[in-house]
Design a protein around this ligand. Structure first.
Ligand SMILES: Nc1ncnc2c1ncn2[C@@H]1O[C@H](COP(=O)(O)OP(=O)(O)OP(=O)(O)O)[C@@H](O)[C@H]1O
Ligand SMILES: [Mg+2]
Length: 340
């Protein structure tokens, strides 16, 4: 049956992070949108519908604007189960062309939000996340909502492990026995958190797994502070700062200013913290067969993390490793009876 049959649920991997919301689709498409939204209506009327850049959604009686808005920060404690999260997820599903579709999905939580220190699952948090994603989100334009009918939740960095061990060989999808049998560490450098997971004999080693509060959003914050101070501004917009972090240039009053030094200093500060935490979690990594870097931060910091371990590697399209792993988990690991 084809995917365009609207009655057939579509399977998606959904990595709804603090910085970007990533969607992996069964046809191989990977889609990311910034996790950026505002409470309330946008206050902008679009003359030509085709050029619309801000989209409004309603959930639980509250309105959110998603898209080209100067977003409110997502890095508040309850974000993963908030209405703002649901509006952003709905927008990502709309962008993936899933309006009107029934969606089966696997999503994630940071390792420390998923497990207690000794490895027991935080069932309440996990259940809350599942229930939140299943709530209806209504697009305010003439589009049908994508409805999430089934959702499971796994630890974010562990998703990247599934992506690593479940591989396509030709037309077949197999469990790579060699990858499965050796101890491996995954380091997921994200926006708000950096996640560590060590997997050995197909089990998570909890003493070496957890989350560090730190990621690329800290770089963004320092760069914002730096620009404000250097140019004596009372505030700077979030989109301007994003651009500055990506390109090393801040556009103010119609002129470009080189702020690469601010970006570099902020990255170095984060990298120092990451390095210390990585050594604490993994030591020298001599017993690990492989240390795999994933997450968008891996792309942004690639030059700074180049020689941490002799046996390290960077996943293909690292920002999407979790989303791909979530889709594979849904397709090949979830029991039929769970999904029904
Ligand atoms: N292709 C890219 N090139 C450069 N930087 C990137 C790229 N993709 C992502 N980033 C940077 O990596 C950061 C983290 O992205 P990522 O998608 O891993 O965060 P997240 O999963 O939303 O965060 P968290 O895991 O903490 O919830 C982004 O803020 C962005 O600055
Ligand atoms: Mg992430």
């Amino acid at each position: 049956m084809s995917d365009s049959n609207t009655m057939t649920p579509i399977q998606v991997g959904l990595d709804d992070g603090y910085a970007f919301t990533k969607v992996a689709l069964p046809d191989g498409r990977l889609i990311a949108i910034p996790s950026r939204a505002r409470v309330g209506k946008s206050g902008v009327t679009w003359i030509h519908d085709g050029q619309q850049r801000i989209f409004e959604y309603e959930t639980e009686g509250a309105m959110y604007s998603v898209g080209a808005v100067d977003g409110a920060p997502t890095h508040f404690e309850g974000y993963p189960t908030s209405g703002m999260n649901r509006a952003i997820v709905q927008h990502a599903l709309q962008e993936a062309g899933l309006a009107g579709r029934s969606v089966h999905t696997v999503s994630g939580l940071p390792v420390s939000a998923f497990y207690k220190k000794k490895g027991e699952q935080r069932r309440d948090t996990i259940e809350k996340k599942r229930n939140s994603l299943k709530q209806v989100v209504q697009p305010m334009m003439e589009r049908l909502p994508a409805g999430i009918a089934f959702v499971d939740v796994i630890p974010e960095a562990l998703a990247a492990w599934y992506d690593y061990v479940i591989v396509a060989k030709g037309d077949e999808v197999i469990l790579d026995e060699e990858r499965l049998s050796v101890p491996i560490a995954i380091i997921d450098i994200g926006g708000r958190t950096t996640d560590y997971v060590v997997v050995k004999d197909q089990g998570v080693i909890h003493t070496s797994s957890g989350s560090l509060q730190g990621g690329m959003l800290d770089v963004k914050q320092s760069v914002a502070d730096g620009i404000q101070e250097r140019f004596d501004l009372e505030s700077v917009g979030e989109q301007l700062v994003s651009h500055a972090v990506d390109r090393g240039v801040a556009r103010l009053y119609g002129k470009n200013h080189d702020v690469a030094d601010l970006v570099d200093a902020a990255k170095r500060e984060l990298v120092e913290r990451l390095y210390a935490e990585t050594r604490r979690q993994l030591g020298l990594g001599v017993e690990l067969d492989r240390v795999l870097f994933v997450g968008g931060g891996t792309v942004a910091l690639v030059e700074h993390i180049a020689d941490w371990f002799p046996n390290q590697a960077i996943a293909e399209h690292p920002a999407f490793a979790n989303a791909r792993g979530m889709l594979k988990y849904l397709q090949y690991v979830c029991e039929e009876s769970d999904v029904a």
